[in-house]
Design a protein around this ligand. Structure first.
Ligand SMILES: Nc1ncnc2c1ncn2[C@@H]1O[C@H](COP(=O)(O)OP(=O)(O)OP(=O)(O)O)[C@@H](O)[C@H]1O
Ligand SMILES: [Mg+2]
Length: 392
């Protein structure tokens, strides 16, 4: 190992000259000790130590920036052994955009867990990895599994739900958007109550006519935000009976927006929308976050909505080290505006992206798969993956 108190000296021999520091994260001592600057796209590092024999290490460009120390050494986890070939490819394929398509029980989450461990083993700082999922429990579970697989470094990977991540960032930067950083979050019930309060204040609900209930109104508003669709279009498509009330409904929603601003409140949708706005409008914040989160991973990408897909794009930044994992046949959060479109559009939005399909199913027994396939077939959707037994 290079790091540690035994370090005595470094000499760096370059085949190329220029200016760049060694930005290797695996062995911070390399950067600290090698004050000589160079831009070797390829260099040999000789490490001299009192009690260690001379060793050779190869430096290669880091994904996107800097140099990557490629050390002929044994990794702690036997990735090849623990993963099937498609999973292995996904885990060890590092740079650029990746779309992993896989059915239920094919080891999507396992793939992410192993990739977290792999990145950390390669020397990527855990806090430079961002893992986004749909429940806090899922995120914690993945990091816990990665920590068991490798070591406790994996617990320091930045992870959480889109909302908790947005909240973490906005607590620091919300003032740039005109909020106070100590804003209060409205959960769904709180938000519906505010809508109700304003509805009563505006005297919209009269005996003479039926006005939508607070739940319907909030759902309408939330869908409009999450799917980037105009309220009028949603009314026409889903609540045609309320189309004639469009002006009042829109006025109420405007009043809801104003109320939240005046009282320093954000509902769940605001967290996502405001993070997107922050990243779009405040370049310095976007750059800082892009520098911090060099690898972005998203599990259950099929459940993302338009705003979340936009957030992923902004967080991936110019480095575009983003891996999304999703199942194009399950889309459980459609009520929140999630859209299969995000998976289908991924290759277009990220030209040159690598698509990897994971097909072996480790969970379902064959008759369940047959049944599920039949249901999906009737619904005109892609098939459920085959079991390893079926493939062999
Ligand atoms: N290569 C493998 N070898 C052995 N077991 C595996 C392999 N890949 C996945 N499994 C096992 O299959 C099960 C399902 O894995 P995992 O939860 O990662 O799948 P998933 O695709 O994320 O499922 P879901 O669709 O429910 O999210 C787990 O018990 C996991 O350990
Ligand atoms: Mg999973």
């Amino acid at each position: 190992m290079l790091s540690g108190s035994g370090c005595a000296d470094f000499t760096v021999q370059c085949f190329d000259s220029g200016t760049a520091t060694f930005r290797d994260t695996m062995y911070p001592d390399v950067e600290r000790n090698s004050r000589r600057r160079s831009t070797p796209h390829f260099a040999i590092l000789k490490y001299l130590s009192d009690d260690m024999e001379k060793k050779k290490f190869t430096l290669k460009p880091l994904p996107g920036d800097g140099l990557h120390l490629v050390v002929p050494r044994k990794l702690a986890v036997n990735y090849k052994n623990d993963l099937n070939p498609a999973q292995y490819e996904a885990v060890t394929s590092l740079d650029g955009p990746h779309l992993i398509i896989a059915g239920a029980g094919t080891g999507k989450t396992r793939t992410i867990v192993y990739r977290v461990a792999y990145l950390v083993e390669l020397g990527v700082k855990p806090q430079n990895v961002l893992l986004l999922t749909f429940t806090r429990k899922a995120a914690q579970e993945m990091l816990r599994r990665a920590a068991i697989l490798l070591d406790s470094r994996c617990e320091h990977v930045a992870g959480g739900t889109f909302h908790s991540f947005a909240n973490r960032v906005l607590r620091k930067y919300a003032s740039l958007l005109g909020y106070e950083n100590n804003y209060t979050i409205l959960d769904q019930t709180d938000a519906e109550d505010v809508v109700n309060l304003l509805r009563t204040r505006m005297k919209l609900d009269t005996r003479e006519r039926r006005f939508p209930r607070k739940e319907t109104l909030y759902d309408l508003y939330s869908r409009s935000v999450n799917t980037l669709t105009h309220v009028r279009d949603l009314l026409a498509g889903e609540y045609p009976q309320f189309l004639e009330l469009e002006a009042d409904i829109t006025a109420l929603l405007q009043s809801y927006i104003g109320y939240k601003r005046q009282n320093n409140l954000m509902d769940y949708d605001d967290l996502l929308v405001n993070l997107a706005r922050l990243l779009q409008e405040k370049e310095e914040v976007r750059k800082a976050l892009n520098d911090e989160y060099r690898y972005v991973m998203v599990d259950e990408y099929q459940d993302t909505n338009r705003v979340q897909a936009e957030l992923v794009r902004l967080m991936a930044g110019q480095r575009r080290n983003v891996m999304v994992v999703g199942d194009d046949a399950q889309c459980i959060y459609s009520f929140r505006g999630s859209t299969i479109r995000n998976i289908l559009a991924f290759p277009e939005e990220y030209p040159g992206c690598k698509i990897i399909k994971i097909e072996e199913n480790y969970r379902s027994s064959q008759h369940i798969l047959n049944l599920a396939n039949e249901i999906l077939r009737r619904g005109g959707v892609a098939s459920v993956p085959r079991t390893p037994a079926e493939r062999s």
